[in-house]
Ligand binder design. Structure first.
Ligand code: NAP
Length: 245
């Protein structure tokens, strides 16, 4: 019989949990037994995720309304703060991301560049820095970085998004090599096309009813957070996995 609560007593930190993929993943992790610490800017969105977690599990999450671009000091303290409060950190998912404007590389504005680099790339570095010690200390530390197929398939006007995600991938895979001898498993996850606000921004005319929903892919992301997961340094394409490819 499979364990219905494989993440019981584990503590998970999920960024970008106020809506979309991060919110669905947080509910999935909580349903599997984890206590979730949720980051995003929008308090109301975090509360909605918390409500969904309470409805599914009867337990609440811990909400950390933070702007990953601006809250550098708070971000640097997150690893030790979670350990102080909960005694452990087992799972990190850096899912928060910004698409920003789709524009020719030659027209990228410094302000947009700074935001996209901060959220997609620098936050990944800061999270690794602060979460590395407790994740290594866990008996089954797991880290997942949510990426995009755009990294492998550059396309006109998507350069700012693709370049920052490529940087995040490189950083995470370097970290994976550095911790290969530990119990920590580090992977990338490309969700494929999913009906979210970000997707609607990129493809305004698209009928989102025809797309996969965040709830459809959340179990595949959650599997990468399980103690039983042994993949390491992998780039997991969720869409392909769902097709059985
Ligand atoms: P989404 O609905 O726009 O959600 C993005 C999340 O990131 C929100 O919770 C947002 O929360 C958070 N976020 C953005 N800027 C932030 C900041 N400065 N500080 C803190 N949190 C911030 O998009 P999504 O589609 O679910 O995206 C999730 C991940 O999947 C992203 O990394 C994206 O690149 C990746 N992805 C998505 C698709 C797709 O088709 N949807 C495809 C490939 C990859 P607040 O606005 O409340 O801060």
């Amino acid at each position: 019989m499979t364990d219905p609560l494989p993440l019981k007593d584990r503590v998970a930190l999920v960024t970008g949990a106020s809506r979309g993929i991060g919110a669905a993943l947080a509910v999935e992790l909580a349903t599997r037994g984890a206590h979730c610490v949720l980051i995003a800017r929008t308090q109301g969105g975090l509360e909605e995720t918390d409500d969904a977690i309470r409805a599914a599990t009867g337990r609440g999450a811990t909400l950390l309304p933070l702007d990953l671009q601006k809250a550098e000091k708070e971000l640097d303290l997150i690893g030790p703060s979670i350990v102080e409060r909960f005694g452990r950190l087992d799972i990190l998912v850096h899912n928060a991301g910004v698409l920003n404007k789709l524009t020719p590389v030659a027209h990228i504005e410094p302000r947009d560049w700074a935001e996209t680099v901060a959220v997609n790339l620098s936050a990944a570095w800061r999270l690794i820095r602060t979460c590395d010690p407790p994740l290594r200390a866990s008996d089954a530390g797991r880290a997942v970085f949510v990426t995009t197929g755009r990294v492998l398939r550059p396309k006109a006007y998507w350069g700012m998004y693709g370049a920052t995600k490529a940087g995040m991938e490189h950083l995470a895979m370097t970290w994976a090599q550095e911790v290969a001898a530990t119990k920590l498993r580090v992977n990338l996850a490309d969700p494929g096309v999913v009906a979210t606000k970000m997707r609607a921004l990129a493809m305004p005319g698209e009928d989102q009813a025809t797309l996969r929903r965040p709830e459809d892919i959340a179990p595949h992301l959650a599997a990468l957070c399980a103690p039983a997961e042994q993949r390491h340094g992998a780039r997991v394409e969720i869409e392909a996995a769902m097709r059985g490819a």
